[in-house]
Design a protein around this ligand. Structure first.
Ligand code: ZN
Length: 185
C-alpha cells in the first residue's frame, strides 16, 4: 500500500517520535509499505513521521553509484532502521545536496559529518552498532533528524532559510504539485 506523504508544516513532522517494540502491530507489512511508498515517490529514504506515524522507524533504499563505470547498479541497497540513534560522528563535515519528499521542489546543500556510528535494530529486531559512511550515512542522518522533529531546512543558514521562506510557506499551505500523493495534518 502506498501512503500519502505528509508535507512540511504538519505538526507530526515536528514531534519527537516514540520508540517501538518487536510486537508493534503489522510491523513487517508497514515496513514493506514504507519501501513501496518511498520508491513510488522516487525517494531514497522515508521516516515514519512522513506518513503520519510518530514512531522511530526509517527505511532507506538507493542504487549504488560506481565511480569507475560512472553508472548506477541494478540492485538497490536497502536498510530498515528501528529505534536508530547516532552515537558519534566520524570524519570531516561535507556538503551534499539534499531534498525531502515532505518538502517538494527545494534542494539545498547541507553540511553533515561524512560518517557516523549508529545503533539500531533491523526489521527482524537484530541489534546493530555500525560505523557507516557515504550515501548510507547521509540518508540515515537526514531520516534520523525526522525522528527528532527536524527537517533538513532547519540545518541551513538563517539567511538561506529567510530566502526559502515563501517556498516553505507554499508547501505548508499545500500549494505545491507533486507526482506522488501528499496530505496535510
Ligand atoms: Zn526528509
Amino acid at each position: 500500500m502506498i501512503y500519502p506523504i505528509v508535507g512540511y508544516g504538519s505538526p507530526v513532522l515536528r514531534k519527537v517520535a516514540e520508540p517501538i517494540t518487536a510486537d508493534y502491530p503489522n510491523l513487517k507489512q508497514l515496513i514493506a509499505d514504507m519501501f513501496e511508498t518511498m520508491y513510488a515517490a522516487d525517494g531514497v529514504g522515508l521516516a515514519a513521521p512522513q506518513i503520519g506515524l510518530s514512531i522511530r522507524l526509517v527505511v532507506i533504499g538507493y542504487y549504488p553509484y560506481n565511480e569507475e563505470s560512472k553508472s548506477y547498479g541494478d540492485t538497490a541497497i536497502e536498510h530498515t532502521l528501528i529505534n536508530p540513534e547516532i552515537l558519534e560522528s566520524v570524519g570531516e563535515k561535507t556538503f551534499f545536496n539534499e531534498g525531502c519528499l515532505s518538502i517538494p521542489d527545494i534542494h539545498e546543500d547541507v553540511l553533515r559529518p561524512e560518517g557516523v556510528v549508529i545503533h539500531y535494530f533491523d526489521a527482524d529486531f537484530n541489534e546493530h552498532t555500525e560505523e557507516i559512511h557515504g550515501m548510507f550515512a547521509r540518508v540515515a542522518q537526514h531520516e534520523i533528524d525526522h525522528l527528532e522533529g527536524k527537517v533538513f531546512t532547519d540545518r541551513l543558514s538563517s539567511l538561506r532559510r529567510t530566502m526559502l521562506k515563501r517556498k516553505l510557506n507554499d508547501v505548508a499551505a499545500g500549494k505545491v504539485r507533486t507526482l506522488y500523493r501528499m496530505k496535510r495534518g
